[in-house]
Design a protein around this ligand. Structure first.
Ligand SMILES: [Zn+2]
Length: 239
């Protein structure tokens, strides 16, 4: 009975070691995915920045158009005032105001045109970058999907084995399981090792006293190696 449970503890450890392997295989997919997605991500960032800048320039251009409209209507009002001036001095003052307004209007118009030109160029560049982004995404999509699928499969493998582990853990006597978990929770992968045929610990190869060897061979479990602390079990080819 006890010998059987010792075997189960080793089986449990095999499962745990396999779980660790699968876990590190899952982790290996993350840098691969990042590498595949990197060029598209960089382009995405560029497109976002460009869109933001384009929007700013568009807002500024609209502001200038409004300002120009405003100056045009004020210019009309001043022209009306010109009809009702009473003397040359008043006329000169109105004309001076008109000249200033005209200069400001020309300034707005010129600046708006410059911005419109800039907007056209930015739109062209944005279109280019967006096509490049589409291309980059399309180019890596098969590889990306493959990686996602493989990672998913590995995760499923992990989940299945974790279920199996629960069943195994249930079969181990609680005290053995407790000892086993205690050793593993200290950060060690190996918590149970078989005696070697010449009576050494299968983990650290430290010699095990003969009396203890005999107890283990008779089926005692939860005896720890005095050197490294792992639980010792009878070897696979033990009588
Ligand atoms: Zn040892």
């Amino acid at each position: 009975m006890t010998e059987e449970s010792s075997g189960t503890l080793k089986d449990l450890q095999n499962i745990d070691l396999l779980l660790e392997q699968i876990k590190s295989r899952v982790a290996e997919y993350d840098p691969l995915l990042a590498e595949v997605e990197e060029p598209a991500l960089a382009l995405e960032q560029e497109v976002a920045t460009l869109k933001g800048r384009l929007q700013e320039v568009q807002v500024e251009e609209r502001r200038l158009e409004h300002s120009a409209d405003d100056r045009r209507s004020r210019s009309k009002m001043i022209q009306e005032r010109l009809k009702s001036v009473r003397n040359l001095r008043e006329e000169a003052a109105v004309r001076a105001e008109m000249d200033l307004l005209k200069m400001a209007l020309e300034g707005d118009e010129h600046e708006a045109l410059t911005l419109l030109d800039q907007i056209r160029k930015m739109e062209d560049r944005l279109n280019e970058q967006q096509s490049a982004l589409e291309e980059a995404r399309t180019a890596v999509e098969p590889r990306r999907l493959q990686l996602v699928e493989e990672k998913e499969k590995t995760l499923q493998e992990f989940a299945l084995l974790e279920e199996k582990r629960k069943t195994f853990a249930f079969q181990v006597p609680p005290r053995d399981l407790q000892n086993y978990e205690r050793i593993r929770s200290g950060g060690r992968s190996v918590a149970v090792a078989a005696l070697t045929p010449d009576g050494a610990c299968g983990h650290c190869f430290g010699m095990v006293p003969l009396q203890i060897q005999n107890e283990i061979l008779k089926g005692a479990v939860s005896i720890a190696c005095e050197v490294c602390g792992v639980l010792l079990s009878a070897g696979d080819d033990a009588p």
